[in-house]
Ligand binder design. Structure first.
Ligand SMILES: [Zn+2]
Ligand SMILES: [Zn+2]
Length: 345
């Protein structure tokens, strides 16, 4: 089979590997689509090394169909549409026991530590099957739509950890794929208005199509003024930081109303050091949260949101590449005209 193997930073190429055979407890998936995200490009550039074991077949946003199952596996009929939650939690550490399996220190992630979905076939390890990380989709949608259940699951967790309430005015900073998913989930959670701040005109347009009440170009408009105008000077109920710029934390605290919520959803380069006016938290009683990755429960919800058409993942795939052109596909991630880039093996 063809697979995109990363051997060292900046070294990734499609190559022929033997098609794996599922052993006891394992499931072999014929990959229909693997969507790419900024994490893949950060791994490829060598900026993200934690949990990454080289050489590796990259790809953690994967969906396809069951090709074969190993001995002792049930519940995965051949041909069933499947999508995977890539974090395999240990289930026994204190974090897992507290319900924080998404940040389990012993977790192994498919696409970082186990071979991922940038291949014609992907072998899902027995530990992942046992933990319930492979999900059969209730409907056979195009794999590229099911693959997006992965980033969506992270967004679902973010809004569970920092809840959006009925009629909230929400500010989403950044309209990349994650910002656009936050916009959709906030609306599904009952947000009255979602304001999106994003420099790219194409992405602002996409946000408006997906129901943003107002979009702001922070490079030419005053975001604080726009927020004050829309909220009668009070500030928004919730801010979601969906772009990895540490200085945005200080802005978010100022744009949030008293008693409001700020969620640091994005990850940052290095430690993400940022200077904030801590008194804003104190005197304005702001609730500050962070969230990372997702749990199996969030993935289950995300897959259901996609299957039931609550979240539109179909319109988010703007570019498609065959596996042989995986390098071109990775180069397209983050481009102005790209929302989601899919590799279709
Ligand atoms: Zn991702
Ligand atoms: Zn654990």
């Amino acid at each position: 089979m063809l697979a995109a193997v990363m051997t060292a930073p900046e070294a990734l190429a499609p190559q022929e590997l033997p098609t794996p055979e599922p052993g006891r407890g394992e499931v072999l998936v014929r990959v229909g689509a693997n969507t790419l995200c900024a994490t893949d490009t950060r791994i490829l550039r060598g900026e993200k090394t934690a949990g990454v074991e080289l050489p590796i077949v990259l790809g953690h946003e994967t969906a396809g169909h069951v090709a074969a199952v190993g001995a002792g596996v049930s519940g995965f009929p051949e041909g069933a549409p499947v999508a995977m939650s890539p974090v395999i939690p240990c289930l026994r550490c204190p974090d897992c026991r507290r319900g924080l399996e998404n940040i389990c220190p012993n977790s192994r992630i498919m696409g970082y530590a186990h071979h991922g979905g940038l291949a014609e076939y992907m072998l899902v390890p027995a530990r992942a099957i046992e933990a319930g990380c492979l999900f059969v989709s209730p409907t056979d949608l195009p794999s590229e739509q099911l693959a997006l259940a992965e980033p969506l699951a992270c967004v679902v967790l973010g809004q569970r950890w920092s809840p959006i309430a009925l009629d909230d005015t929400v500010l989403v900073l950044g309209a990349g794929p994650i910002g656009l998913l936050h916009l959709q989930v906030a609306r599904a959670n009952g947000a009255g208005r979602v304001i999106v701040s994003e420099p790219s005109p194409g992405r602002r347009e996409h946000a408006r199509r997906l129901g943003a009440a107002r979009t702001v170009d922070p490079t030419t408009e005053d975001l604080a003024e726009a927020v004050a105008e829309l909220t009668g000077g009070e500030g928004v109920d919730a801010v979601i930081i969906a772009i990895g710029v540490p200085a945005l934390l200080g802005d978010a605290l100022k744009l949030c109303r008293k008693g409001g919520r700020v969620n640091v959803f994005a990850g940052f380069k290095g430690t993400g050091l940022s200077e904030v006016e801590a008194n804003l938290l104190h005197y304005r009683q702001i609730r500050l949260t962070g969230s990372a990755n997702s749990r199996r429960a969030d993935f289950q919800t995300a897959l259901s949101l996609v299957a039931n058409g609550v979240v539109d993942t179909g319109s988010m795939v703007t570019h498609r590449f065959p596996l042989a052109d995986v390098t071109d596909a990775l180069a397209k991630v983050g481009a102005d005209d790209a929302v989601k880039v899919a590799v279709l093996p």
